[in-house]
Design a protein around this ligand. Sequence first.
Ligand SMILES: O=P(O)(O)OC[C@@H](O)[C@@H](O)c1c[nH]c2ccccc12
Length: 386
Amino acid sequence: MESSMSMSAAASVVVRTCVPAAVMLPLSPSFTRPALRTTGRGFRCRCSSATKDSAVVYSRLLDDALFRSAEVIQWESGKSMNAIATAQGIQIRRRCRPRYPSEGTGAERAVPRNILEQIIWDKEVEVAQRKARTPLCEVKASAALAPPPRDFVGALRAACRRNAVPALVAEVKKASPSKGLLRDHFDPVEIARTYEKNGAACLSILTDEKHFQGSFENLEAVRSSGINCPLLCKEFVIDAWQIYYARSKGADAVLLIAAVLPDIDITYFLRVCKSLGMAALVEVHDERELDRVLKIDGVELIGINNRSLGTFEVDTANTNMLLEKRGDIINEKRIQVVSESGLFTPDDVAYVQKAGVFAVLVGESLLTQEDPGRAIAGLFGKELLP
Ligand SMILES: O=P(O)(O)OC[C@@H](O)[C@@H](O)c1c[nH]c2ccccc12
């Protein structure tokens, strides 16, 4: 939920939400439902003095209310956001819709169903804390001051043409929940530099700290090191705040995971990306997610993850299978596909190339070698032109 606001009339504050949602705010009479009206994608709250300060205070109160609320209801349909997500096959439960499952006691106390759900519950806490420290209006202001975004999709297209193999998005990742620590000596800028020198078209920088030992400092350090490759912020985005934050740290693209986000969130986050000039890589793992994403307007890049984020199982045949089934619609819509995860050999790359992808996203097989950049030639069976 994005919760900062733009000022309109002197006596009102527009709070934009990531969904046309209204919250039953249990705070004070002035913030209860009668004070809220929908205004398109957001809702409007009447508030006595719409100064910047009160807007910031209100944004904090709203975040707090969301954090504690038992349910978030979409204003128009009257359905809970959890019900909407479940109807779309999303199995990841969100904490504030309804109440954080681990808040119960005894038998009621829920445990995460899988690692992805654990990551998302941790992310909700992290984002709430970050937002409390830096409200959206501040993050937006620093995003506006960041150097302009680079063309992520254009760089992939050019590299694919130049080398006649899928373009490489090379990942800067220290550790993962499935593989543990990937390398002892981890210098993100050094790794990024050798990737660029050896023909990577774009870089993917893990920013999740808790489960991947990444950071936004790494993203910022790579961006300000003089490296030219466009950068994907590899994050678990659940709130538009994170997209503005990624932009403020120099990201040119973000990942949106269909297993986590209902259509309405993906649609809104795509709009936020577009408004910032960023690309979005929309990640799917199965047919149901792919079908959902193919119905959403504005998707340009789809990532087919060969790894299930729930079970960690990897199968490169997943890319092939999904493209056999939906390749026609994908081509018709001129969407480009990136095959993600579990690629180790020139045969693997040739296999997904034949399936129809124009780019690959690779981490582990490069990062576990002494010089991850030099390992690129081994992965493709030839040197890539930078
Ligand atoms: O290290 P691998 O198997 O080459 O995979 C890279 C990338 O696809 C993987 O890190 C990834 C794909 N989707 C994600 C979502 C979040 C975190 C990580 C990922």
